[in-house]
Design a protein around this ligand. Structure first.
Ligand code: ATP
Length: 321
């Protein structure tokens, strides 16, 4: 392996820079050239490619986002787009690729390895929605960001005796709501895997009020139920008589300096990806299982369904009685 390409794709996640740094430095340490591909598969198709050196990744480990930038590319999903990407890899003499991103990006990685380019995936998404790995880069930073928001909202919520719905990201996965809700002592956690039972949410609010509680935090994962968070807030207010406010955290959950955990895991995964390429792996993706960095065939990994942690969800119900 003489020349390794690296790209970030899909939604950005804090810790991607630490992974890029690890790939570049481990690659150079092992006498490979490393080429940075800007703007994901779109940049690959268009040849936004330049050589990276030790200094290209200096002073980035603490930065959120991705220095290689990221994009979504519908063109890459077409046969023609993939052929253009393959031609570009050949033109730049890139003989191995590392892709950092979510499940869509890993599907893209699989298709390039099917076309003969050895490709290694690294899971980078704040959603933690991949079944084969217990952890995706960016998740820890995102839940800490949400936790910080919960603490601030709790202060004002207590002062006014209000309930607060906090909507968080996750696509179809409730992990951000569950883990930030557990850490932040939320009274109710509404996730797609468990659905919404508004009667239970209201019952809990009324019970809390009756025993003198001054605030209530309701964690809501995006896209649960048919109501918007504001409609849900109105319904709760109508049913309980408790003033209910809504905060949608949105893209601020994607930003910020990565936590130590995200930097450490991203560094280990980046080094592992380069090691796999150097040992001749063709189509692998790295992940975390039982606190160890593992690797797996990409196809196999993408077939593993994400399992929701119902035990932790049940614990949050007990702890919020
Ligand atoms: P996030 O979870 O943060 O949204 P993601 O990697 O899942 O990240 P997607 O938008 O699903 O984000 O995918 C990123 C890019 O990967 C797409 O824009 C497309 O270029 C490529 N991609 C997605 N699905 C496929 C597929 N089935 N085959 C080939 N390429 C794909």
């Amino acid at each position: 392996m003489k020349k390794i390409g690296i790209l970030t794709s899909g939604g950005d996640a804090p810790g991607m820079n630490a992974a890029i740094r690890a790939v570049v430095r481990t690659g150079i340490y092992n006498k490979a050239e490393v080429m940075g591909i800007k703007e994901g598969y779109k940049g690959l198709i268009n040849g936004y490619i330049e050589e990276m050196n030790l200094s290209s990744v200096a002073d980035i480990i603490h930065k959120g986002g991705t220095i290689l930038r990221t994009a979504r590319s519908d063109e890459f999903k077409t046969e023609d787009g993939k052929k253009k990407a393959l031609d570009m890899l050949k033109k730049f003499k890139i003989d191995g690729l590392v892709v950092i991103g979510g499940d869509g990006s890993l599907k893209g990685a699989q298709s390039l390895s099917d076309l003969g380019i050895p490709t290694i995936g690294i899971p980078g998404t704040i959603d933690n929605d991949l079944g084969y790995t217990e952890y995706t880069i960016g998740f820890d930073t995102a839940i800490n960001t949400v936790l910080d928001a919960i603490s601030k909202i709790r202060d004002t919520s207590t002062s006014h005796g209000r309930a607060n719905i906090i909507e968080v990201m996750g696509r179809n996965c409730g992990d951000i709501a569950l883990h930030a809700g557990l850490a932040g002592g939320a009274e109710s956690i509404i996730v797609p895997e468990e659905g919404l039972n508004i009667e239970n949410v209201c019952k809990k609010l009324i019970q809390g009020k009756n025993r003198g509680k001054l605030h209530s935090i309701i964690m809501l994962a995006e896209g649960v139920g048919k109501r918007s968070p504001y409609e849900l807030g109105n319904d709760i207010e109508k049913n309980t008589g408790i003033e209910t406010r809504v905060t949608i955290l949105g893209h601020l959950q994607r930003g910020g300096s990565p936590t130590a955990m995200d930097r450490i895991i991203a560094s280990k995964m980046g080094a592992k990806a380069v090691g796999l390429l150097l040992r001749g792996a063709k189509s692998r993706t790295v992940g975390i299982r039982e606190n160890k960095v593992i690797d797996m065939d990409i196809d196999e990994a993408l077939c593993i369904e994400k399992v929701f942690d119902h035990a932790t969800y049940n614990l949050t119900k007990i702890l919020s009685i």
